[in-house]
Design a protein around this ligand. Structure first.
Ligand code: P71
Length: 462
């Protein structure tokens, strides 16, 4: 996307090392997807041509990050790299205390167990699969307080991750502030299509939670991408550096969970960051039970070094403009082709509206799962279902949750693919879109208990 009054962007790097990719034949793809039970998570990556399953842990690291890997201090305790990481988090995010974890869900596990009691309610701006599961395992119930616009894939609201303050206050009044351990606020909301929350809205959430003395825990997995949209769209922030916007977002919250595998440009890692000293002590004690010592939490020294450097790179203006710019480029190509996608185009991927593309399939025929399988068949492009399969079952009734959004996510890894790859993806989506009427649905063949989308198997309906 060309910024207003500016020339188009180009990647602020050149390529030093390449990794070959190949497309196997249509026959081989048919065999591969059948063997994978029509679940893209169960494909072997060697059978994939362009891998848009996720932007998680799939980034290309910079030469500086690789140099940092060589500086790994693999001492069991007190590794230098931990202190570098702590410094980077304090400098760029402003949180005081850091507990490293192996990835995001390790931090989600700890914050949920530490703060949520049986019977509590956790309001948030749309669920995320692992976040909600950990809240439920701790005895809580997630309550969605995102604005209604977020559930409408065609609504062009610039800040679809905003909190509906009435929904939030009604919940607090209804359940009582003592039943709400914290409000869970994600930046660049994944399940809504990579949509941002505005600083204006976050300030209001802060004011409301202050009134009831409720903390805010920030899922900061894609905070820099959210900051980019604030810079583009929110009045008064046009000239504010991304770094400052990121820090302002963090300053309005009390702590954060981070999957560093996204924004922060590493292949593995995460952390829990807290301002409250007492809670930090508890988390530090808990991490030794589940992750590792409090100065590595499941990461190698070299991983912590790469992460410290990745955080610095993630808030660089040129980087974030090219990163989000590439996603916008793909999205705009698809819009030009008339393919129904979630609008506005998100920060980390383009989300295809499977309900609209396959209107002849009921949600029980798993339109998004079906579309993801068809995309793989067409040109070996791997995407991810984000619909009824991801939404799982209601723990009380055992029935499927039926989300409004039935989406297929084309997730763009950072610094990995070129514009030509994006063109090939758009052509393939268009080819599948043209033959949409002939596509039949899927049914469950095997379903595991937790996070079923990862391991479920499906069979083709005739
Ligand atoms: C993504 C992932 C990875 C994933 C996780 C679950 C299902 C499918 C794919 C992970 C996130 C995330 C947010 C906002 C916490 C986690 C968990 N996203 N919050 O989008 O996006 O972090 O994977 O490091 O444990 O593909 P973790």
């Amino acid at each position: 996307m060309a910024d207003k009054n500016e020339r188009s962007w180009a990647e602020p790097y050149k390529i030093k090392m390449v990794e070959p990719v190949r497309m196997i034949s249509r026959e081989e793809r048919e065999k591969a997807i059948k063997e994978a039970g029509y679940n893209t998570f169960l494909l072997r990556s060697r059978d994939v041509y362009i891998d848009l399953l996720t932007d998680s842990g799939t980034s290309a690291m910079s030469d500086r990050q690789w140099a940092g890997m060589m500086m790994g201090d693999e001492a069991y305790a007190g590794s230098d790299n931990f202190y570098h990481l702590e410094e980077a988090i304090q400098k760029y995010y402003g949180y005081e205390h850091v507990v490293p974890t192996h990835q995001g869900r390790g931090a989600e596990h700890m914050i949920s167990q530490l703060m949520i009691d049986e019977g509590d309610f956790v309001p948030g701006n749309m669920y995320f699969t692992t976040t909600k599961l950990h809240q439920e395992l701790a005895g809580g119930t997630f309550v969605d307080v995102i604005i209604d616009e977020a559930h409408d894939p065609e609504n062009e609201h610039p800040f679809k991750a905003n909190v509906d303050l009435n929904k939030l206050e009604d919940l607090i009044k209804d359940k009582g502030a003592d039943k709400i351990p914290y409000v869970s606020i994600a930046t660049s909301v994944n399940m809504a299509g990579g949509q941002p929350i505005s600083l204006g809205n976050l300030k209001k959430v802060r004011k409301l939670t202050n009134k009831y003395d409720i903390p805010i825990i920030h899922d900061m997995t894609r905070v820099a991408e959210n900051a980019y949209f604030i810079k583009q769209r929110e009045e008064g922030y046009e000239d504010t550096p991304i770094k400052e916007i990121v820090k302002e977002i963090c300053s309005l919250t009390d702590g954060a969970t981070m999957s560093a595998k996204k924004d922060a440009l590493v292949n593995i890692g995460g952390f829990l960051a807290l301002n409250d000293e007492e809670l930090f002590r508890k988390a530090q004690n808990m991490v030794v039970v589940y992750e590792g010592l409090h100065t590595y939490g499941g990461m190698a020294g070299r991983d912590m070094e790469a992460l410290a450097i990745g955080i610095t790179e993630s808030v660089d203006e040129d980087h974030i403009r090219a990163r989000v710019g590439q996603v916008q480029y793909l999205g705009e190509n698809l819009l030009d082709m008339g393919v129904p996608v979630v609008r506005p185009i998100g920060s980390h991927g383009v989300f295809l509206n499977a309900k609209k593309i396959l209107p002849h399939l009921s949600q029980d025929e798993l339109p998004a799962q079906t579309l993801a399988a068809e995309l793989y068949l067409d040109a070996g492009i791997r995407s991810m279902e984000r619909g009824v399969v991801s939404a799982g079952r209601n723990p009380e009734t055992g029935k499927h949750n039926y989300p409004e959004l039935e989406l297929v996510r084309l997730t763009i890894p950072r610094r990995v693919y070129t514009q030509a790859h994006m063109d090939v993806v758009a052509e393939s989506v268009d080819a599948v879109y043209q033959q949409r009427e002939d596509i039949t649905g899927l049914a469950f063949d095997y379903e595991p208990e937790y996070l079923r989308f990862f391991q479920s198997r499906f069979k083709k309906l005739k």
